[in-house]
Write a protein that binds this ligand. Sequence first.
Ligand code: XLS
Ligand code: NI
Ligand code: NI
Length: 441
Amino acid sequence: MKKQSTAFFPGITKVQYEGPCSTNPLAFKHYNADELIDGKSMKDHLRFSVTYWHTIRGQLADMFGVGTAVRPWEDGTNSMKMAETRARVAFEFLEKLGAPFYAFHDRDVAPEGKSLRETNRNLDAIAKVLKAEQERTGVQLLWGTACLFVHPRFTHGAATSCNADVFAYAAAQVKKAIEVTHTLKGAGYVFWGGREGYSTLLNTDLKREMDHLGKFLHMAADHKKAIGFKGQFYIEPKPKEPTKHQYDSDAAACLNFLREYDLLGDFKLNLETNHATLAGHTMQHEMEVAIAAQALGSIDANTGDMLLGWDTDQFPTSIYLTTEIMLSILNMGGFRTGGTNFDAKVRRESFEPVDLFYAHIGGMDAFARGLKIATAIRKDGRLANFVRQRYSSWDSGIGAKIEAGKANFKELETYMLQKGDAAPNTSGRQEFLENLINDFI
Ligand code: XLS
Ligand code: NI
Ligand code: NI
């Protein structure tokens, strides 16, 4: 038995699986880490990760009010001592929750100093603490990233800033963040272009900014190779917020950008539900677009609010949503380097430390159910069979010929002139399929 530290979350012990009949709000009802689903443990299927920025650093402020979060360990400073304490808090939380991974921005874990040199020193010092905590607990780093959006120097962007010095600063910062991620054996590294976009095209040279972003990502890929970092690079699409338009607006835009700048070999995508909906898509749409290009790497698990038009980053509780996500993940063969990262925050009204537990437990249970339901749907086979059947005209005859690249317009014209008209269509059966999914939920 591992010794339980009760320093920061007194009264909360390791969250246990108690099964669907339990009424204990601090227990899992569905997530049972070691239970095998189709020969693989739930832990390995889902690869849950906790975000440092929301769960440890989130103060629950909004545009109209200050933070409401009650965090008894905070001393009101952003000192190095406080940074070290927060690292202990983070790992006590991770251990008690039983999440195997975490993710952070460089500035979440260590404060910025008076110069880049001092900032880097701060980061190195905290990285040592994180490393020791990782070793103590067995928790691993899913991915690291650099915060290139909070500081005023990034007002006009980082890699896409009009100020070349800011590009250089961002490069130095990302270089360091990749190195620290490497030291901590991170499974990946994320690029989210928080301010890589514009508020007005009146002051923006779009082509030049995109070219700079392409250069920046090439330099990052080169540095990754130079230091022997084997983790996966990801781009995280988001259409807007904080800028009016972000260049990495959705999966398709990112894939096109990566292809245009010859970066497809070095990057996959980290997709976030709330970003998908901000872009006017569903999460499943974004996932299928990425999977089709063999570029789905990892997911940021959260959800938006139907009635609010911004990135509310709520914890996912909809079983329908998690079922769709897990269907896509299972169909692609599961995560490799990626995982299910809760880029989600508790509501401003949920300000007690215990709310952090309720939120993650709920998200993990929702995904565990999604996993089980998706597995059952796949085992049943009717859904996949229907889709296969729907395209069966492509398996032989003229369809097979077209797919094999052995047809041209002239032949197709001859074929159709002879036949007179296309074979009749069959029903798409949307309602039948929606009912079928509900039978499993
Ligand atoms: C913000 C993004 C951010 C990234 C990491 O909307 O989701 O949190 O995941 O920089
Ligand atoms: Ni987000
Ligand atoms: Ni995110």
